[in-house]
Ligand binder design. Sequence first.
Ligand code: ZN
Ligand code: ZN
Length: 286
Amino acid sequence: MADVKITMLGTGSPRPDLERSGPSQVLTIDDRHILIDCGEGTTAQLMRAGIAPESIQYLFMTHLHSDHVFGYGQFLLGGWGLGRRKLTVVGPKGMKHFHETIINLFEEDITYRTSLGRPGNGVLDVNIIEIDESGEVSCGLPWKISAAQMVHNVLTYGYRFEIEEKTVVLSGDTAPTPAIVELSKGADILVMDACLAPTGVYRNTKSAELQKIWDNLQKEHCSPQQAGEISKEAGVKTLVLTHFLPNIIEEEAKQQAAEVFGGEVIVGKDLQVITVKKSVSTSAFT
Ligand SMILES: [Zn+2]
Ligand SMILES: [Zn+2]
C-alpha cells in the first residue's frame, strides 16, 4: 500500500506571521511530492521540511489570492535554479495569465540565466492546466484527482486525491458549502480552511474597520465548528484545521471542532507531518 503523508508547510493567512508561513501543503505519495498552494515562504519551508524544492514536479493551486501564490516566483525560478527541468501546474482559470505575468516580469533575468548555460526547460515550458469546472482532473498523475468549486470571493477549487485506499482532501479557502461535503465524503484526511478560528486579532476589537472585515470574512471562510460539521456530515476520519490568522487560541479552535465532530481533530502547525493511516476494515477479519 502506498505510503501517504501531508506536510503542513504553511498554516498562516494573508496577515504576516512569524509562527505561520503562507498557505501551502505537500502531499507525499511514496517518494513523490505534490505541492498544494504556494504561499509566502514555501520554498524555504520545503527545505526546512527536508524536501528538495526541485523534486516537485506538480503544483495544484486552489485559487489565486495573494496569500496562496506569493511564493510562486521563488518556487518557479528558485526550483529551476536548483535543477528542476519539468513542472506541471494545475489551477483555476487565470493560472496561465498569472504564470505568464511572472515569466514576463523576469524575462531579462531568465535570459541572463539561460545565457550562463542553464537550459530553459522547467521554466519556459511549464505545463499549465487550467480548470474551469468541477470534475476529474487529468494531469498525468496515476491517481484519481477531482476538483470541486468552493464558495469564496474568487474562483476556488478544493482537491480530492484518491491514492489506492487512501483519500486526502484539501479545501482551499471556502465558506461552508455542500460541495466540500460532497468532495470529502469518506476521506481519511480533510485539510480544511478554519480561518474564522478565535483570534486575539479580532476578538473584542474596538476598531470599526476590523469589525467590518471580520463580519465580511464570515461569507468567505469557515470556523472550526463549521469545519467540524462538514467533517461529520462527510464521514471524514481526521480533520486538519489550517489557514489561521495570527495568535489563534488553539485549544478553543480544537474544542469548537471537537464539539460537533467525533473524529480526530488536528490544529495544523507549520512543518507538521501527518501520516495518512488507513483504518483496517474489520470486515476483512470477521
Ligand atoms: Zn482566499
Ligand atoms: Zn487564503
